[in-house]
Design a protein around this ligand. Structure first.
Ligand code: AMP
Ligand code: FES
Ligand code: ZN
Length: 313
């Protein structure tokens, strides 16, 4: 197998592109894919300040690396979720990467800065851990971007993630979500712009990118996310992809090109419930106190005893 670009020995085959690449040309390919996504969806300009949410995993560290290589003004944001050993380890990878690139890493720690953690917040709010976690991330990514004067928050969601979420939403015809499932969510009502520059790259490609670039990342998945809902969807899509390479990308990108506009009005209608600033933190909310502030309040009230019972740190 030879590299499509330079004819050297290839290290990776990409069936959906009917191509193979050597290490350096694969890095070039990955950069081109990110560049293309950024341009095609007008994600950000070279002058804008980007806050990259990094979990310590392959996608977000790979994304940060690509953006720095392309010359973007990208800082990292790591959120310590207080999920025991897993959070300690992921922080180590995020910090090591930042140090190796002399890049700025903003850190927020749920236990130290807010007095709760995900196991305890999940118990207090009677939500699944991933739901309490998602709520905390959405709020704190936005807050950190506003506080730091960033123009945009970038996350490491890749093609597999987006196709799996789309698949789940289509299976249930969640029309409101379908209208909001975009690689760019523009700034509105006090929320900064959110972008997913890895939509043109899949999971395997991001793992390969990190290996070729020598980026160390946390391989374990979060221990709270048992039986991840999207895992089954990913497996189903991979089975289809195996038989028809390119099907996954077509499913997602043809949705964006041909169908997503049709659902937009439903999303706007569902989101237009009269937003006002939260009386505690000033974030836009439909109630008096936002969902994040009420989660924190209940979690802190639970106290450390229940925290230990939840199996957290
Ligand atoms: P996940 O929800 O775990 O699939 O992660 C999706 C994206 O959210 C990742 O690619 C990161 O950009 C971001 N992210 C997840 N966990 C964290 C974290 N602890 N700190 C900062 N960003 C995170
Ligand atoms: Fe959020 Fe696991 S990363 S619950
Ligand atoms: Zn609030």
């Amino acid at each position: 197998m030879k590299c499509r670009r330079c004819r050297a020995a290839a290290v990776i085959e990409l069936r959906r592109h009917n191509a193979a690449f050597c290490g350096p040309c694969f890095v070039h390919y990955a950069e081109q894919q990110v560049r293309k996504a950024v341009d095609e969806f007008a994600m950000f300009s070279p002058e804008e300040r980007i806050l990259v949410a990094v979990s310590g995993g392959k996608d977000s560290l790979g994304l940060w690396d690509v953006l720095l290589r392309l010359g973007y003004r990208a800082d990292g944001l790591y959120l310590g979720l207080g999920i025991g050993q897993y959070s300690d380890a992921s922080a180590t990878y995020a910090r090591a990467f930042a140090a190796s690139r002399e890049a700025r890493l903003v850190e927020i720690d749920l236990p130290a800065d807010y007095g709760y953690d995900i196991p305890n917040g999940s118990l207090a709010a009677r939500r699944a851990p991933c739901s309490a976690c998602g709520l905390s991330k959405r709020h704190l990514f936005n807050q950190a971007a506003v506080d730091g004067g960033y123009d945009v928050v970038a996350t490491g969601h890749n093609l597999d993630d987006e196709a799996a979420v789309l698949f789940g939403n289509v299976l249930r015809w969640n029309t409101e979500y379908l209208g909001r499932q975009l690689p760019v969510l523009p700034a509105e009502h006090g929320f900064v712009r959110k972008v997913k520059p890895l939509v043109r790259l899949d999971e395997r490609e991001m793992a390969a990118y990190c290996v070729v670039r020598g980026i160390d990342y946390i391989v374990e998945e979060c221990p709270m996310a048992e039986g991840n809902r999207h895992l089954g969807y990913k497996e189903a899509l991979n089975a289809v992809e195996e038989r028809s390479p390119g099907a996954k990308a077509a499913f997602y990108f043809e949705f964006l090109a041909k169908a997503s506009d049709l659902f937009r009005p439903l999303a706007v209608a569902g989101h237009d419930g009269g937003l006002q600033p939260c009386v505690r933190c000033g974030s836009p909310t439909t109630g008096e106190v936002c969902a994040f502030c009420s989660l924190v309040e209940r979690a802190v009230a639970l106290g450390p005893t229940r925290r230990a019972a939840a199996g957290g740190s």
